[in-house]
Every structure is written in structure tokens, then in C-alpha cells.
Design a binder for this molecule. Sequence first.
Ligand code: ADP
Length: 218
Amino acid sequence: MILLLFGPPGCGKGTQARLITDLLHIPAISTGDLLRAEITSGTPLGLKAQAIMTAGGLVSDDLVNAMLVNRLKRHDCREGFLLDGYPRTLEQALFLDRVLAQRGGGEPMIIHMDVPASVILPRITSRRQCPKCNRIYNVLHQPPKSAGVCDVDGVELATRKDDRQDVVRDRLRAYEQLTGPAIAHYTGKRMYHRIDGTQRPDRVFAAIQQVLRPAFVG
Ligand code: ADP
């Protein structure tokens, strides 16, 4: 199964992606995580991406498309995959259409987590991430078992540089202006599902499972 997960920055996509991965045993590919890994390794792509990401803009379609194609070549994607944070522009959506047509695995399922911008800001500034395994926590709603450290790795949790309020505003603007048209590309399709992302994470996951169930049954 190929799943595309849409939603504004800070809507809880990463959390849901992890739950879906555990349920379906397909890898969750976050282009944001891939880019952060490039930055950490100091690759030429990472160097190009760093300033753009810190400012809340979008990395160029060509760079992200090439990075994604590379990732999809890996063996773990053979049975399907979930994309989190891609496609983020109409260009990327059209590119993905071509990539998927070549693979021949059928239409992707689209899950759109809808959350208004007014709910996003307070949520995102209380977000923390494990620098090692990328797991997401929220000091208000989903704190780690032991304050400040990752449940899995025991590594100290970090606040992302681009989770500052002014940067978040720019990211939300980029989402509306650039990702809006990518979502519009899918909204009329049979496999498009909109989910109310303002609910508690377990409710959101229950709603996602409802959507996934018919795909399992056949
Ligand atoms: P969020 O969804 O919370 O904004 P991500 O980790 O998905 O966080 O993305 C962080 C940043 O990485 C984005 O603001 C953008 O600069 C860059 N990025 C991630 N995915 C893409 C993409 N598909 N196209 C362009 N830039 C991207």
C-alpha cells in the first residue's frame, strides 16, 4: 500500500506516521527527516537545505524529488510505503504521479489531516523531537515517560530550530500557498480522505484506521 499523509506543520503527522507504520509494517518516509539527516552528515544537499529550512521555506523540488527517488529504491519500500511531508508542491505531486505510474503499484491512498492554523501555533512550540530516532513528543499532550529524554533511546530531546514562532508562521504560509495546490490535485479522487486532525491523537488514529480498513478487506 502507498499512503500519502498530508497536514500542516505540527498537525501530528509524524506521530500518526509512526502508528501507521506499526500497523501496516511499511516504512514511513519523512522528507523533513531525510533532509535533517543530510544536514547532520554535512552533505552538499544538507548544506543547501539548511538555510532554507531554518527560515521556514521549502527546499527546491529538484533536490527533494531526487532525494525521494533514491530513498524509494531501498528494499524496504517494495511492499509499500508512507510519505510524510511529500509531495509538498504541485510540481512534486505531478512528479510523484510519474514515479508511481512507473512502479505500477496502483493509486496511492491519501490521508489529509485537517487542522486550522490557530490550533497549530501553541501545539508546535511545545513540540520536542529525539535527535536520534526522530520520535516526536509534546510537553503538553504527549510527554515522554521521563522528562526531557526519549523513551526509546534515553537521548535528550531537542526543540527544532524551525519550531520558533516566527518561523512557524512562514511554514504555515508555505503550506497554504504551495502545498494547498498539491492537496487540491488529490481532493476529487476516490482514495482521498479528509480527517479532523484537531482531535486527540488516539481519536485521529482511530479515524485513520477506519479509512484503512476497507483497503485491508479488499
Ligand atoms: P513540518 O511538516 O512540521 O513542517 P518537516 O519535518 O516535514 O516538518 O519539514 C521541515 C522542513 O523541511 C520544511 O519546512 C521544508 O523546509 C523542508 N522540507 C521537508 N519536506 C519537503 C518537501 N517535500 N519539499 C520541500 N521542502 C521540504
